[in-house]
Design a protein around this ligand. Structure first.
Ligand SMILES: C[S@@+](CC[C@H](N)C(=O)[O-])C[C@H]1O[C@@H](n2cnc3c(N)ncnc32)[C@H](O)[C@@H]1O
Length: 335
């Protein structure tokens, strides 16, 4: 056997069981292991008592996670937090607890299990498995809404600093965050630009959990419950972050056209999405694209694919700014 084929063999063996790692992360989050290690390292007997878990099984779970750098076992058998493990705590800066719980939730697993049927049919696996599109499902199953919105906010939070630092946000007029979820981006923009006001557009139930009261200046923002396929409020600056990737091209054109119709003169739009680079190199957007394929009619797009959508909606792209995270900033103005 040559080295190359040994490498290939090892690669497939390892990757074919990679689904066990997110399953283990989920178990650690639900058992709140990281919370119990926040102040001091502990051995498995202590952790088992605190988490209500079976000691030997818990040791195996933590040994596996430690082999991925999430927790660390010392020579005395005590487990410590690592920077990765710390992100599983609810109160950690940039906590990913809610994000892990979201993407390892049953609907996500089942949709991933339906990948083959999605690729055969060209339809999102979620819809085939659950009988309706994911946002309709979330609207009808309010018990899942908070998990989705908190998980989405956790995935978003890590990029918000890059977006604020990477783009010259206006310091006057009205910013409309289209499909802005809980408003993390709008809140950061309003904090960074004291002259700016904002409107948060999303479904009513999503807006109910919005973060904007944290600004402490209630006269600078309003909530706009609505449907961005019907209409979008008037404004001077539009942000559309991680929204277009949920939808097919025709639907994206509809959302952007609604922005263009509502825009005040001189307004611009900033779409924030992964832009898939050419070539074979790994890129988080390529992974996210498979998630989209299983869950929604949308997709991650190349720059050319974005250009086509903007052109159809009557926009011209003025700049594309990469960020140190996974997302790029695509600025456009009416053509
Ligand atoms: C993937 S999340 C992105 C949220 C936020 N922009 C962020 O980056 O964290 C998509 C958002 O679009 C909202 N949404 C979906 N369909 C919508 C519609 N027809 N009208 C308004 N908002 C919608 C969802 O409720 C959700 O908050």
């Amino acid at each position: 056997m040559t080295n190359t084929s040994e490498d290939a063999y090892r690669h497939i063996i390892t990757e074919s069981v990679a689904f066990l790692y997110p399953a283990a992360l989920r178990a650690a989050v639900l058992l709140e292991v990281a919370e119990h290690l926040a102040d001091e390292p502990r051995d498995v007997a202590e952790l088992a008592k605190l988490t209500g878990a079976n000691g030997p099984y818990l040791r195996r779970l933590l040994r596996f996670l430690a082999s991925h750098g999430t927790f660390l076992e010392d020579e005395d058998g005590r487990f410590h937090l690592t920077p990765q493990a710390d992100l599983l705590r609810a109160d950690a800066p940039r906590s990913m607890r809610a994000g892990v719980l979201l993407v390892t939730e049953d609907g996500w697993w089942q949709s991933a299990a339906g990948l083959t049927e999605a690729v055969r049919s060209g339809e999102p696996a979620f819809e085939r498995r659950f009988g309706q599109p994911i946002f309709a499902y979330l609207a009808e199953h309010p018990e899942h809404g908070p998990l989705f919105n908190a998980g989405m906010a956790a995935y978003s939070a890590g990029d918000i600093g890059y977006i604020i630092d990477g783009y010259d946000f206006p310091n006057d007029g009205v910013m409309v965050d289209v499909g802005g979820g809980r408003g993390g981006l709008l809140l950061a923009a309003l904090r960074a630009r004291p002259g700016l006001c904002g409107i948060l557009l999303d479904h009513e139930k999503v807006l109910a959990g919005n973060l904007l009261p944290e600004l402490g200046a209630d006269d600078r923002w309003t909530l706009h419950p609505g449907d961005f396929f019907s209409s979008v409020p008037a404004g001077d600056f539009y942000t559309v972050k991680n929204v277009l990737h949920d939808w097919d091209d025709d639907q994206c054109v509809q959302i952007l056209e609604n922005c263009r119709r509502a825009m005040n003169p001189g307004a611009r739009v900033l779409v924030v999405e992964a832009v898939i680079p050419p070539g074979n190199d790994p890129h988080f957007g390529k992974t996210l694209d498979i998630m989209m394929l299983t869950l929604l009619p949308g997709q991650e797009r190349t720059q050319l694919e974005f250009e086509r959508i903007f052109e159809r909606a009557g926009f011209r792209i003025t700049q594309v700014i990469p960020t140190p995270g996974n997302l790029s900033l695509i600025e456009a103005v009416p053509a």
